[in-house]
Design a protein around this ligand. Structure first.
Ligand SMILES: [Zn+2]
Length: 526
């Protein structure tokens, strides 16, 4: 049986950004693009060029990626020509391979929100699609409020979809914008639409207001659509968007889909799904949902009790899929076998290969578990994980020793001033560096990187991009986790982590990991 291709479209950076409290910087967006592109997503919607300065900057230059980089924007305004619509012109000029237009398809919204006639709206859809095609773009049209519009006026909603298709849109995407449609309705409506627009050109965009965005997306696939839009971990306004992570897991691991469809996510990348989901949460500086389907920490955790020995003997009888297939692990049965294969996969992901029977793996596994118990989270800090692994494997040179450091924070003339002094030993030579900063961590960073002797030339282009602090447990005994993002002149970026009851010490660990990682990457020998 030949496999049919399903196309995955990620809108984390556009629709996902509607989540309260989520606001991606340009750097954040580049990190998320890298995660999504590596995973094998077909379309990555970056944002709304012209909508805000970050998105405009994102689309100013071409961003190399395998996925089709997609800009989002509105169809032409009625009563205006394509060439006179500044918003549309900006969209056409954006450095993207594809354009996703949002178009009204509910006559009520056409009247109230656009204030134009139904005909004028159809005209805007056609003219916008044609202009984007002429500009060499692949075109998608998100038919906003499609399902509600279809229930109110099926003929008009359908005419919006067919207008987009006939004008040359690659994908006509049916949106459940209010998120209140149920799977059976989605199924029925999509089947009707496929009589006018072939399923090979139809997509689904579901919101999660009845917690069925994933179910609705799958119902739409069963009814014929071949394109699914969603976000990482289901972020989005109100109750969120369809969770692409759950959709990817289901499409790949459930027989009724896996036997019929393939996506751009290979089995190998599927094994990194848990990492992607957790790394994204770390980027948002929030704790991953332990009960998330497939990738949650508890997704394969069973309380032992009467099942313990049975689970130990036949874990698959208690699991709907194999946890390793999505890079997750079984909990409760301290199964070193499962832990080890997971660890090997993680090592491969950061480019280290170790034989299965290498005894140092046991030591590393013990070390990782111990550190995770202390509060380290390596899903968001690949560079620290790689260093920890390389140290255990004995391949990290000893570059410098920090003999002591001191940080002073004081108020001077009504201004807060921070000063740091760091004493480091490099190749037998002692350097006493002082630095000033707008806060203790900044001062420490300045002092530490001021003079590292013969290594200084290799870290001159090192730059701190982001700094995140998470308090892991409340009260005076709280533990602090610091996550630092660094970048160098070649555009490489890496994340390091530090954990301590003291925020300065946690920061210091992450800072010195960042420097060491940079030296390792440069291939510097001590
Ligand atoms: Zn939406």
């Amino acid at each position: 049986m030949t496999m049919e291709r399903l196309y995955l479209f990620d809108t984390t950076l556009r629709d996902g950004q509607q989540t309260p409290g989520v606001d991606f910087s340009l750097d954040d967006k580049l990190v998320v693009i890298e995660l999504l592109d590596r995973l094998g997503i077909d379309y990555i919607e970056g944002g709304y060029p012209g909508g805000n300065p970050t998105d405009t900057a994102l689309f100013v230059e071409a961003r190399p990626m395998k996925a089709a980089f997609t800009a989002f924007g509105m169809t032409k305004r009625s009563g205006r020509s394509v060439s006179n619509d500044a918003g549309l012109q900006q969209l056409l000029a954006a450095k993207s391979k594809a354009i996703c237009f949002v178009a009204k398809s509910w006559d009520y919204h056409v009247r109230v929100a656009l204030g134009c006639s139904n005909e004028e709206n159809l005209d805007s859809i056609r003219a916008s699609v044609e202009a984007a095609k002429a500009a060499g773009k692949e075109v998608l049209v998100d038919c906003e409020h499609f399902f509600d519009g279809f229930k109110a006026n099926p003929a008009y909603a359908l005419s919006c979809a067919t207008e987009a298709y006939n004008a040359g849109a690659r994908w006509v995407v049916l949106c459940d914008t209010n998120g209140g449609t149920l799977p059976a309705e989605v199924s029925k409506i999509v089947r009707t639409v496929t009589k006018s627009v072939p399923g090979s050109h139809l997509g689904i965009h579901a919101h999660n207001d009845t917690e069925q965005a994933v179910a609705n997306s799958l119902a739409a696939v069963d009814a014929g659509v071949r394109h699914i839009q969603g976000t990482l971990n289901g972020i989005g306004e109100r109750c969120g968007n369809a969770n692409l992570v759950s959709i990817i897991g289901t499409l790949a691991l459930k027989k009724s889909y896996a036997d019929r469809f393939e996506t751009g996510v290979t089995a190998e990348r599927l094994g990194e799904l848990t990492h992607v989901a957790r790394a994204f949460d770390e980027l948002l500086n929030r704790s991953p949902n332990a009960q998330a389907a497939y990738v949650g920490k508890s997704a394969f955790a069973t309380k032992a009790g009467i099942h313990a020995s049975a689970i130990a003997k036949e874990p698959e009888t208690y699991e709907h899929v194999k946890p390793e297939s999505i890079g997750n692990r079984r909990r409760m049965l301290v199964s070193d076998q499962a832990g080890k294969s997971n660890l090997i996969a993680e090592l491969n992901r950061v480019g280290l290969s170790v034989a299965k029977d290498d005894s140092r793996l046991d030591e590393l596994l013990r070390e990782v578990k111990e550190r995770e118990a202390q509060g380290y989270a390596y899903d968001g800090a690949d560079a620290s994980f790689e260093l920890l692994a390389r140290r255990t494997l004995g391949t990290v040179p000893h570059y410098f020793d920090v003999l002591s450091f001191r940080v002073i924070v004081e108020e001077r003339d009504k201004e807060m001033v921070s000063e740091a002094v760091v004493k480091v030993k490099v190749d037998g030579e002692i350097f006493l560096n002082a630095g000033e900063g707008n806060g203790p961590v900044n001062a420490l960073d300045v002092a530490l990187r001021k003079d590292l002797g013969k290594f200084q030339q290799f870290i001159d282009d090192l730059e701190l991009v982001d700094y995140k602090v998470r308090i892991l447990n409340g009260g005076t005994g709280a533990t602090t986790r610091v996550l630092i993002e660094s970048r160098d002149g070649k555009g490489n970026r890496w994340f390091t982590v530090g954990v301590s009851p003291n925020i300065v010490e946690a920061s210091f660990q992450a800072l010195s990991d960042s420097i060491t990682y940079k030296l390792v990457c440069e291939g510097v020998s001590p």
